[in-house]
Design a protein around this ligand. Structure first.
Ligand code: PRX
Length: 645
């Protein structure tokens, strides 16, 4: 099955914006004539002042810098809203589909969205937010999340969206790291019929870190605590807000947003993106990857709390004048047909989701899909983790009835938008392969140990050899960490943290993270983060966390925990520790397996041998390798003997 190649359907080859020949021609041009290529692509953005220098980049430590479209001035919010008003002011921009199918969907035209964003931008200003200030957004999947982001961009404030599934502690850490003085939240979120206590979480976070203002959107109408000195109701503030708000003139390299993401060490990093390059990159990739033309109904099922929601719910589609569905709920509520019912209800043509959701639905049987119509669907997308050929086949055959190409888009929070991806009219598909680079992207494979470039069909560590416009510019507040994390391992290259294989046709197959990052349901989780949450428990002396294969989530979290001497390692404590991690980080960090480990396999110098822990987690005992260099080889026998089945 995985060897099968799916050629570009004739209809797509004939009508798509980019066919195969055009792909090759433009890709070559993007490398040989970057000035000409990017000058043409930059025209998709309305600049207040044209840029003067395309690019100023050095990956050398001594004069490390990344800049694009230097001297250019723009406002990304004006590009997403104002400039559409004349031509498509009355066209729906966001069709909001609520968690409960019985609740009325909401449609916001470009004009509606513009009016709301302008008013909310004034609310921010009145509440003391100015250019360059950081604004924390902790909202569910409601149009107000996009409104809040765009309002920040309009006045030049830097948004930091925190996924509404994160705990008060995780929220507090992110507020503190970017020193934001304001949080925008809702009374509650709603997912799968269950309320998410957002305001209560904010209140708990603000016991640890202080902010001057909390703006609260009334969403479910739940009764929540309200601090009259600090808190403001969104609606009350909007009611008295002025309607007009001129967009701030921003430099191409002014910060647009910070988004926290997990790395292999330490606390989550504040990935910082700037304005001009990101605008061009998000818009260009959205147009070509989805072959998007205004009027088509597009639905990206990602949450705005992740980068996919930033680039492919908010900025990319809106800059391109798209009409999109924004979905508050989950794929299996009220039942496993929900995704496809939403597709039918709103006549969705382009659908973009994560493999984990597809695998979960696939297990429930085909009838949930086949009883829906789905004839509106033309193109399917996948993002966030490797899509296994079985899930690819199901998506293609059952959901798309073999008629819809699948764009398997590989990218990262750091890359801003899609980097390696098929284009529907240009790329023959190989299930499980993200295929070919986007224009301007130069992927390469290096030998993980030696760092030397590898040629031809081979496997190695995935690097990108030169900059692209949507590349992150720094780790907020820690530029040295930016360099050390991504550019020090393989000098001269951006290191992705992923491993990949390249086949004889030059197709890339991402094999997954090769650092200590686990990809749980398409969400990045640093093993170090889960470990540090565990050791904060008073009964835990040491913890080691690794990934394990998981049928639905892709990877699950396997935690080895050493408790203090004399502790009774019973089931109750196990449950308590699992709950502890959920509370410290959030439900997505919940360990799938927690094994008590009287000792961890360590070298004589005290380094934990994660390789062995990974093998035990994978239940691959035949392959534990050489354990003789361990300080105490017997701990391995103990772990193997006591592995929970
Ligand atoms: O390991 C890769 C995996 O997700 C990581 C990036 O995670 P994040 O920054 O949260 O962004 C997710 C949404 C873009 C990558 O390092 N990944 C993402 N897309 C794919 C993927 N792995 C394989 N195939 C993909 N299409």
């Amino acid at each position: 099955m995985s060897d099968e190649i799916f050629p570009v359907p004739d209809k797509w080859a004939e009508t798509a914006k980019i066919n195969e020949a055009e792909y090759h021609e433009r890709y070559a041009r993007s490398l040989t004539d970057p000035d000409g290529f990017w000058n043409a692509e930059s025209q998709r953005i309305d600049w207040i002042h044209p840029y003067e220098t395309l690019k100023d980049v050095s990956y050398d430590e001594a004069d490390f810098r990344i800049g694009w479209f230097l001297g250019g001035k723009l406002n990304i919010c004006a590009n997403a809203l104002d400039r559409h008003l004349e031509e498509r002011g009355d066209t729906p921009a966001i069709i909001w589909e609520p968690d409960d199918p019985e609740t009325q969907a909401r449609t916001l035209t470009y004009r509606d969205l513009h009016a709301r964003v302008c008013k909310f931008a004034n609310v921010l200003t009145v509440n003391g937010v100015g250019k360059g200030d950081r604004v924390t957004i902790y909202l569910p999947m409601i149009p107000e999340a996009a409104i809040a982001m765009l309002a920040c961009a309009r006045i030049g404030a830097v948004h930091s969206v925190v996924f509404a599934g994160f705990s008060p502690d995780a929220l507090a850490g992110r507020i503190e790291d970017c020193q934001s003085n304001i949080v925008i939240t809702a009374d509650e979120g709603l997912r799968g019929g269950k309320p998410v206590p957002l305001k209560a979480n904010v209140d708990a976070a603000l016991e640890k870190v202080e902010v001057g203002r909390v703006i609260v959107y009334r969403h479910t109408g739940a009764d929540v605590d309200f601090n009259p000195v600090r808190d403001v109701w969104w609606d009350d503030a909007i009611e008295v807000a002025a309607p007009l708000c001129e967009p701030e003139t921003m430099d191409a390299e002014d910060p647009l947003f910070i988004l926290y993401t997990s790395g292999s060490t330490g606390k989550p990093k504040g990935v910082l993106h700037t304005t001009g390059g990101y605008a061009v990159w998000a818009s260009m990739t959205h147009e070509y990857v989805f072959d998007y033309r205004p009027g088509q109904i597009y639905w990206c099922a990602a949450d705005v709390g992740w980068v996919t929601g930033h680039s492919y719910v908010v900025y990319g589609p809106l800059i391109n004048g798209a009409t999109q569905v924004m979905f508050e709920g989950v794929p299996n509520y009220p039942d496993h047909s929900r995704f496809w019912q939403v597709v039918d209800k709103h006549k969705v043509e382009i659908f973009y989701a994560a493999p984990t959701a597809l695998r979960a639905l696939m297990r429930e049987g085909d009838e949930w899909v086949t009883k829906t119509d789905r004839s509106s669907l033309r193109l399917l997308g996948s993002v966030g983790e490797p899509i296994n050929p079985e899930a690819w086949d199901w998506y293609h055959r059952v959901v798309g009835e073999r008629r819809c190409p699948i764009v398997d888009t590989w990218w990262q929070t750091e890359t801003g938008a899609a980097m390696i991806t098929p284009l529907p009219g240009a790329t023959a598909l190989k299930p499980g392969s993200a295929s070919k680079p986007m224009f301007g992207v130069q992927p390469a494979l290096v030998d993980p140990e030696k760092g030397t470039l590898l040629d031809g069909a081979t496997a190695g560590a995935l690097v990108i050899t030169d900059s692209w416009p949507g590349q992150m510019r720094t780790v907020y507040g820690d530029h040295d960490r930016f360099f050390q994390t991504y550019f020090s391992q393989y000098p001269g290259y951006y290191f992705t943290g992923d491993g990949a294989r390249r086949d004889e046709d030059g197709y890339y197959w991402i094999t997954g993270r090769i650092d200590d990052v686990i990809n749980v349901s398409g969400h990045r989780m640093g093993t170090a983060e889960v470990e540090s949450a565990l050791v904060e428990h008073p009964l835990v002396s040491e913890a080691a966390v690794v990934g394990m294969p998981h049928e639905v989530k892709g990877q699950g979290i396997y935690a080895y925990v050493t408790t203090n001497a004399g502790t009774d390692d019973n089931d109750e404590l196990r449950k308590e520790l699992v709950q502890w991690v959920r509370k410290e980080i959030g439900p997505i960090a919940t360990p799938d397996v927690l094994q008590f480990a009287p000792g961890l396999p360590k070298t004589r110098s005290g380094k934990i041998m994660r390789r062995i822990l990974r093998k035990i987690a994978e239940n691959d005992m035949s392959n534990l390798g050489d354990t003789s260099t361990l300080a105490d080889p017997s701990v391995v026998d103990d772990l193997v003997a006591n592995r929970p089945q």
